[in-house]
Design a protein around this ligand. Structure first.
Ligand code: GMT
Length: 381
């Protein structure tokens, strides 16, 4: 198939899923056309069967604000026509699903069919889309898609509840490439990050308020009172200064290492002993799954779709949002018992391989594409 994939290129789960999906589909022989404002970070470099098409927002003296959504729709039209796309798969409802609808209407003028698949990722439903000014447009984008997928049962339910969507929503969980995200000999990085043989807690995110990065530092500070442990914080975002200040004020700054954005997070994850994700909301928690694939148990919050990824007591634990005492208690239970930590880490990796493999998940997307392709085109063909 010739598949267009539209996504945000920035550090965020939807761009990661879109990129990883593109890579997997290309490896299966599909022709992939990525439409974005720049090269998504997981797609940097040449890849066979993947073509990048940058949206040029341009500038014109009349426009105070360049009309980005129209530029995106124009790029979709151009790529759909030039490369005869069968399917346009957009990641994150706004503005992509609406731009895709507009593009489809335009290409239908010449009897060309463009099927739209929209994947919902999280805040497109719970935050941005539910915001009153965007509500109707988000609902419209979802309802005009030929197929809609959500990354968890939780998110599918939220979409039905919030937007009253009647059409079926396919739940297709996120996936991880266990060949790339795998345990590794961590001796070198551990020598660097934990020179006295300390245990290592690890967090990866874009440091937005929803990630509750302050709770990572608080949990760490509580655990550190009872165990020799250090913390690796990976990523950047608005709450980074707050996390640094908190580490200072709690007197643990010397044991908290802020590594900034990492292009290859799979190289750092295997250095850790425990992954911490205390988010206020998480529709799935791809960062947690990637850590699990590297053999790390996960400590997270009992919200959103995290319960579909983590099995408490088997490959991690879930605590109430904001309950840092609970998280610290569970961290000590795991990090203070090496046999248990290894057992939970192995269970985490096993689950990543068995339930969230690209083979299993990408086939579900291909089935959705086949289904929408069977629908009649704009001129009844
Ligand atoms: O809301 C975000 O953090 C960004 C969002 C995205 O679309 O980039 O992330 C969401 O999508 C990921 C991939 O499907 C999920 O693993 C994350 O759980 C989800 N984030 C939230 O729900 C907060």
């Amino acid at each position: 198939m010739r598949i267009g994939i539209a996504c945000y290129p920035t550090y965020g789960g939807s761009g990661v899923v879109a990129s990883e999906l593109g890579i997997e589909l290309a490896a299966r022989g599909h022709e992939i056309h990525v439409i974005s404002t720049s090269e998504p970070f997981r797609l940097v470099g040449y890849r066979e069967n993947i073509f990048l098409h940058e949206i040029d927002v341009g500038s014109y003296p009349l426009f105070k604000y360049p009309p980005f959504t129209l530029s995106a729709a124009c790029k979709m039209i151009e790529i759909a026509e030039t490369h005869q796309l069968d399917v346009l798969h957009v990641h994150y409802a706004l503005p992509w699903a609406v731009c895709a609808h507009l593009a489809r209407e335009v290409v239908a003028e010449s009897c060309r069919a463009l099927r739209i698949v929209t994947t919902l990722h999280g805040t497109d439903i719970t935050v941005v889309g539910a915001e009153p000014s965007f509500f109707k447009m988000t609902k419209f984008g979802i309802e005009r898609s030929d197929a809609v997928t959500a990354v968890s049962n939780y998110l599918a339910d939220e979409t039905r509840k919030t937007f009253g969507v009647k059409a079926p929503i396919d739940v297709i969980h996120n996936f991880v490439d266990a060949e790339r995200f795998k345990p590794a000999d961590a001796a070198r990085c551990r020598k660097h990050f934990a020179p006295k043989g300390e245990k290592l807690m690890l967090h990866v995110s874009n440091f937005r308020p929803v990630k509750n990065v302050g709770d990572v530092v608080k949990t760490f500070a509580l655990a550190r009172k009872r165990l020799p442990v250090r913390l690796l914080m990976i990523g950047e975002g608005p709450d980074l200064p707050e996390a640094r200040n908190l580490a200072q004020s709690l007197g643990v700054a010397n044991d908290v290492l802020f590594l900034g954005k990492q292009e290859s997070v799979q190289d750092v994850l295997p250095c850790g002993d425990l992954f911490v994700l205390p988010s206020a909301f998480e529709s799935f928690g791809l960062a947690a799954l990637e850590a699990m694939s590297c053999g790390l148990p996960v400590l997270a919050t009992e919200i959103g779709g995290l319960g579909e990824v983590i099995t408490p007591g088997v490959d991690g634990y879930l605590c109430r949002v904001g309950d840092c005492e609970c998280m610290a208690e569970q961290a000590i239970g795991i990090l203070g018992n090496e046999a248990r930590r290894i057992e939970m880490g192995a269970a985490a990796r096993k689950k990543a391989i068995e339930r969230f493999s690209p083979q299993r998940i990408v086939a579900q997307y291909e089935a959705v594409y086949q289904r929408v392709l069977a629908q009649p085109g704009p001129c009844g063909d």
